[in-house]
Design a protein around this ligand. Structure first.
Ligand SMILES: O=C(O)c1ccccc1NCC(=O)[C@H](O)[C@H](O)COP(=O)(O)O
Length: 218
């Protein structure tokens, strides 16, 4: 049996970073996408990263970034993983991975089974995959991710990928056990589900989410 791991994404203040780290998060994410209510600058992230223990992997979340932005972040933040949450092609994922020498996780937005199949294109070039919900076209002001929306976890049941993958999209302490059971996920990621409002993390909810997942094995 393997312990299910966790990522808390969209952290933008020291108290939330502390809550995630001390309660056992395996990964924490900083969002480098200015339109997001959770966005941090490279300078803010560098400051926040100082309090992160080595046992926690720092993830930099980007949306169709240019190389200059990634480099600016890496100048001050010891990223262990680059999360690409835009429309990056497999070629672009490969280029980023080779240029920066850091593991890359490609996020895929899922609405139907063909979106899961599309992940196959990234298997040769990504170190990890992440499945998040695709927002409906009717949702106003939708972000590329972090919308707190779930998708049908059954689409992932029995899926076999040659690289590790994370389940994301609308997870919280109330639904994560079912999400893990149905999807078979070994790593879960949340942002909206541990917030009081977009961009404002709830410290008690972070602790409760992590405590819930710590009881899960697959
Ligand atoms: O969080 C954002 O603001 C964001 C902006 C642009 C692309 C992705 C974004 N977030 C992704 C995540 O926070 C997580 O990786 C994940 O998708 C969880 O999202 P949530 O549904 O909010 O739990």
């Amino acid at each position: 049996m393997t312990r299910v791991k966790t990522k808390i994404c969209g952290l933008n203040d020291a108290a939330a970073v502390q809550a995630a780290a001390t309660n056992g998060a395996d990964y924490i994410g900083f969002v480098f996408f200015p339109p997001s209510p959770r966005a941090v600058t490279p300078e803010q992230a560098a400051q926040l990263a100082r309090d992160v223990p080595d046992s926690v992997t720092i993830v930099g979340l980007f949306v169709d970034p240019d190389d200059d932005l990634i480099r600016a972040v890496l100048d001050g933040v010891p990223l262990g993983l680059i999360q690409l949450h835009g429309k990056e092609t497999p070629e672009r994922v490969q280029a980023i991975r080779e240029r920066f020498g850091i593991p890359v996780m490609k996020a895929l937005r899922v609405a139907d089974p063909s979106d899961i199949e599309a992940a196959r294109l990234y298997e040769p070039v990504a170190d990890m995959l992440l499945f998040d919900a695709k927002p409906p076209a009717t949702l106003e002001n939708a972000l590329p991710g972090g919308n707190g929306l779930v998708f049908d976890w059954r689409m992932l049941k029995g899926a076999n990928f040659p690289v590790p993958w994370m389940l994301a999209g609308g997870l919280d302490k109330n639904n994560v056990t079912q999400a893990v059971t149905i999807s078979g996920a070994l790593i879960v990621d949340t942002s909206s589900g541990v917030e009081v409002e977009p961009g404002v993390k709830d410290l008690a909810a972070i602790a409760a989410f992590l405590e819930t997942v710590q009881g899960l094995e697959q």
